[in-house]
Design a protein around this ligand. Structure first.
Ligand SMILES: Cc1ncc(COP(=O)(O)O)c(C=O)c1O
Length: 395
């Protein structure tokens, strides 16, 4: 192993939402956080070097986006997925992923229009649609033999003449599925038949387990690409969430024009994030080996967790994941609302996890446990969870 993911970061200057904020909020110095979708590892060195290089030059003015930036994305997409796309003419930068989603909602939908999502989904999927006075249509995923699948029959029934957008998450937070070509093809054909464009949030695309590949839905055919806008960021895969930088790609000039118009309303076509640009180049050009080792480590954490549950907590199960760093756990055996269970875990076991109750249909009875941490932290968290299980289920 070239990289050491066992290191527990200790630095009084750390200021993370997942840890320092939660520790302060709970006033519990023993709390272990498996909550916020961030990783506990140091960001890859080439990314840190890219930021240092900017500081060395000593100028933080509006950046010029060179060809190098576009070719770093093009080469990465081609290398990682086989998709050949002329990024120069098809991409637009943005702040975070959700700012991009907001501008897409603004560009492609109007007040009252329906947006389809597949639940359970990150809580912002629901809030982003509802808070912007669009109408949310949930097409819950189905769990089949411990693995989540899309429900195509139900999806067919979900469209109406007010449906203006399908919002895909690939790979999917929280269930950890990197959708296969076949699944994506089926989905894309249904959306095309209903003339509904696809917004694909691919923020977790680097986080596939060894041997699993990520497929951009737009790469499947020209027609599908013309019906899709895809959101990317280095944030989740390379531990850069705090930079808040993303970019979107669509090969459809009409969609791009509408999207750019929406960006203009917020002055987002002028001046870009100088750090976002530099780290995007570094991530896509110099971090393949780091990412591969990271996902080997996360997979090993998943295997440890599965084994622990099997041995010590057999009534809790994890759905089969092939991507992301989440363990999506069925905790219905506690017969408690997920929010209450999360509160009790925090108070009694001193572990913080995410409640599935906030994640839409299919989320109740589940928690999301973040595995992107050193194995020693995971082992301690699982030990505490196991003690809690024994106490409450009287085993
Ligand atoms: C699926 C998904 N998309 C987007 C985001 C947030 O992205 P950003 O912070 O860039 O807005 C998250 C955060 O957890 C997420 O889970």
């Amino acid at each position: 192993m070239k990289y050491n993911f066992d290191v527990v970061l200790h630095d009084s200057r750390l200021s993370r939402m997942k840890w320092e904020f939660e520790l302060k909020k709970s006033a519990d110095p023993d709390l272990l956080s498996f909550g916020t979708a961030d990783m506990d590892f140091r960001s890859p060195q080439p990314i840190l070097d890219a930021i240092s290089a900017i500081a060395d030059v000593g100028h933080l003015g509006y950046p010029y986006i060179s060809d190098h930036y576009y070719s770093s994305i093009e080469n990465w997409l081609h290398r990682a997925t086989g998709w050949c796309v002329d990024v120069r003419s098809c991409a637009a930068n943005n702040v975070g992923i959700y700012t991009a989603v907001w501008t897409i909602l603004d560009a492609f939908t109007q007040l009252g229009d329906e947006v389809i999502i597949q639940t359970p989904a990150h809580f912002c999927f629901t809030s982003m649609v509802k808070d912007n006075d669009r109408s949310l249509v949930e097409n819950p995923l189905r769990e089949v033999n411990g693995r989540y699948e899309m429900d195509f029959e139900q999806l067919e029934r979900s469209f109406s003449n007010k449906t203006k957008l399908f919002w895909l998450c690939n790979p999917h937070n929280p269930v950890g599925r990197a959708w296969t070509k076949e699944e994506l093809m089926k989905l894309a054909k249904i959306c095309l038949a209903h003339r509904v464009p696809i917004l694909s949030d691919d923020v977790y695309c680097g986080l596939t387990y060894p041997g699993i590949s990520y497929t951009p839905i737009a790469s499947l055919s020209r027609d599908i690409s013309q019906n899709t806008i895809t959101c990317y960021s280095t944030s989740k895969s390379y531990n850069t969430t705090g930079v808040k930088y993303s970019f979107c790609i669509t090969e459809n000039p009409e969609l791009l024009k509408k999207y750019n118009k929406s960006l203009q309303k917020l002055d987002l076509t002028y001046g870009f994030n100088i750090i976002g640009i530099a780290i995007t180049e570094a991530a896509y050009e110099q971090c393949d080996d780091w990412l591969a080792e990271l996902m080997g480590y996360v997979q090993s954490n998943m295997q440890k967790t599965e084994q622990f549950l099997k041995d010590e907590m057999p009534r809790v199960s994890i759905s089969h994941a092939d991507s992301t760093y989440f363990a999506w756990m069925d905790v219905s055996c506690f017969h408690l609302p997920a929010d209450d269970l999360v509160e009790m875990l925090k108070r009694e076991a001193h572990i913080l996890v995410c409640s599935g109750a906030e994640l839409g249909k299919g989320g109740e009875g589940h928690i999301r446990f973040n595995l992107a941490c050193p194995a020693s932290i995971l082992e301690e968290g699982l030990k505490r969870f196991g003690q809690f299980y024994q106490k409450h289920l009287h085993i």
